[in-house]
Write a protein that binds this ligand. Structure first.
Ligand code: 9MR
Length: 373
């Protein structure tokens, strides 16, 4: 039933994406038309969802049929104090999606990072008891999901809770509630909006340990009758990672555990790798040799980068039946968080559109193959 509902929504979205040329009218090709089996998403920063970045907005409207907020729905942004919510940016983000007939994804409800500091402590700054944290989680999840009920298609309910070796991240959520914080979050989400899809989302998903930990989590939720619809493989990649074999093994393992997969934060660093993950807290010192292409990406590196992106998409396509969405983590290279992580001030080239707003060759090639260009 769930899958049927999802397919119906997808069919509508894809219809919205399809461009039927009228006579004598030039219709610009749309990237999402080259991906009929799943939605093609992009993370919007607030300048885009508030329509201030005109060039970025034009690309989004032209090419994507799904959006996710890069930051404005994170706990510290949307719920900075216990009794204070800040809705303006999130409201505008959702309206942007509705005005443009896009699938709207919520990111993220429970995440140790960017969680407002008040969440884990009482008025005296002492760590709260488990029942207090449980209630705060429920209030947060219920309030945010209820505001956008029926408008947001799916939520990253829990983000980045499992480490590369498959153990639980020792976050305040885990320290106070143990591993039960995850089923609790999904339970609250399931009750808050029974029609929204619910996801577990993480980076470095090709790591065998993390794969096993996530599979165990999915099975645990399902055994208890708690819904989880898909696993989000963030897919922050580089020129030397992930190993495609391990990446594919994870896709197969998640599908085998009974959930769909989606590629939720896709980017690929073209620079020397100094960190294989995506933990925002892990930063490194700047040095010129680690920022080798401050002016432009050399053709040879660009060719290799595009080839790797094609390989990534070919793998995704092999599992299209179980893929719900592929989302780029930003519009153009200039927007990417990777310009400042793990080293501040590098010039990165990780996204699907370059700094001039031009579509990267691997996508142009795909559009041509589909007869769209
Ligand atoms: O791209 C986001 C960046 O602008 C923020 O400063 C950062 C901290 O909130 O989060 C980045 O997005 C992260 C995402 O929410 C979760 N997975 C890792 C992403 C990159 O750090």
């Amino acid at each position: 039933m769930k899958k049927f509902l999802f397919l119906s929504v997808s069919a509508l979205l894809l219809a919205a994406c399809s461009s039927k040329p009228k006579t004598a009218e030039v219709v610009e090709p749309k990237l999402c038309d080259a991906f009929p089996d799943y939605t093609i998403g992009v993370a919007l920063n607030v300048n885009q969802s508030n329509e201030k970045d005109a060039e970025g907005v034009a690309i989004v409207k032209q090419h994507f049929n799904s959006i996710v907020p890069e930051n404005c729905m994170k706990c510290e942004e949307i719920h900075p104090e216990e009794n204070t919510y800040f809705w303006d940016d999130a409201d505008r983000f959702v309206k942007f999606g509705e005005d443009n007939n896009m699938q709207i994804i919520g990111h993220c409800l429970i995440w140790h990072s960017q969680c407002a500091p008040w969440f884990f402590v009482d008025a005296k700054g002492k760590q709260v008891k488990p029942e207090v944290l449980k209630q705060r989680m429920k209030d947060h999840i219920t309030t945010v999901m209820t505001r956008y009920k029926g408008r947001i298609a799916g939520w990253d309910v829990v983000n980045e809770a499992i480490l590369d070796d498959g153990s639980y991240r020792p976050s305040p959520f885990y320290q106070i509630l143990g591993e039960e914080f995850i089923p609790w979050a999904f339970q609250c989400a399931m009750e808050a909006d029974p029609d929204a899809e619910l996801y577990y989302n993480d980076y470095s998903m090709a790591q065998p340990g993390k794969r096993a930990g996530v599979v165990a989590l999915v099975k645990k939720l399902k055994e208890r009758g708690i819904r989880i619809d898909a696993v989000g493989m963030q897919s922050h990649m580089g020129m030397d990672h992930p190993s495609w074999e391990e990446f594919e093994a994870s896709i197969q393992a998640f599908i085998g555990a009974g959930v769909d997969v989606q590629f939720t934060e896709v980017d690929m660093s073209a620079l020397p790798t100094v960190n294989f993950g995506a933990n925002v807290a892990d930063t490194e010192e700047y040095s010129a040799e680690l920022n080798p292409y401050p002016d432009a990406l050399p053709d040879s590196v660009s060719a290799e980068w595009n080839e790797r992106m094609t390989t990534f998409l070919n793998i995704v396509d092999k599992y299209a039946k179980n893929v719900r969405r592929v989302t780029a983590w930003g519009v153009t290279d200039a927007d990417s968080w990777k310009n400042d992580w793990p080293i501040k001030g590098r010039t990165e080239y990780p996204l699907w559109f370059d700094r001039k707003g031009q579509m990267k060759p691997f996508l142009v090639e795909r559009m041509k193959k589909k007869g769209l260009m």
